[in-house]
Design a protein around this ligand. Structure first.
Ligand code: TIU
Length: 225
């Protein structure tokens, strides 16, 4: 067993590296680039770009150690049959999922904006999960995939802290996985919501999981290498 010691809040944890996956959530052009879904919702997308460098460092370490790496993409079928009307119609026409944008139809699978940014692109052998919801466990088969690989622990990175990263962490907890959220590898369109979402996860003795950062995880990984 390769045990990794990771400093975290509310307390440090020892993880079996071979039962731990790096999860990179929704690092898509639609969220990180101007003209995508995040922009259409009225957000400053540049706030998310500080996650790129630390995620690249984590990916390099995970690949070196042969860890399971899972990327997710939020998006919908071109006919929107997998998009609940409630998710579609809450915003004005023209700013909705499926509407045309500079990178193709917003949040539609196969369009340019739906793609993962080049800087953290998946490589051969890594899992890419297409998800119609915010929570990566919803309607994806992720639970079965993780159990099939013997994964018990998730290192959560990606965007956004308070929406898809938080929703996935909360679902992971209910599904019986340990989730550690890496504070510098996740970002929100609102720094206040980023801090609040992380506080909720680690509060009450770790009610949903742990909060750590890339320096703590990389230090732990280097010690087992
Ligand atoms: N991936 C993800 O977080 N989806 C969102 O819609 N995030 C927002 O912050 N809007």
């Amino acid at each position: 067993m390769r045990t990794v010691h990771i400093a975290a809040k509310p307390f440090a944890v020892d993880l079996d590296l071979d039962r731990t996956a790096l999860v990179v959530i929704d690092m898509q052009k639609d969220f990180l680039y101007p003209g995508g879904y995040g922009d259409f919702l009225g957000n400053d997308v540049t706030l998310l770009q500080r996650t790129i460098a630390p995620i690249q460092a984590l990916l390099a370490a995970a690949r070196r150690l042969g860890m399971t790496v899972i990327h997710t993409r939020e998006g919908h079928l071109p006919d929107l049959s997998d998009c609940p009307p409630t998710k579609l119609t809450r915003w004005p026409e023209g700013n909705r999922i499926g509407d045309p944008g500079p990178m193709g139809r917003i949040l539609i699978r196969g369009e340019e904006g739906h793609g993962i940014i080049d800087e953290v692109a998946p490589i051969e052998g890594e899992v890419v999960i297409d998800k119609p919801g915010k929570n990566a466990f919803y309607a994806t088969g992720l639970d079965e995939l993780l159990r099939g690989r013997g994964i018990e622990n998730l290192l959560i990175t990606g965007v956004t802290t308070d929406v898809c990263c938080s929703a996935t962490t909360i679902a992971a907890n209910d599904s019986g996985f340990n989730a550690l959220v890496l504070a510098d590898c996740v970002a929100s369109y609102s720094p206040e919501r980023h801090t609040a979402a992380l506080d909720v996860i680690a509060a009450q003795g770790g009610i949903f999981g742990w909060v750590t950062d890339s320096a703590a995880v990389l230090a732990g990984l280097e010690a087992v290498a």
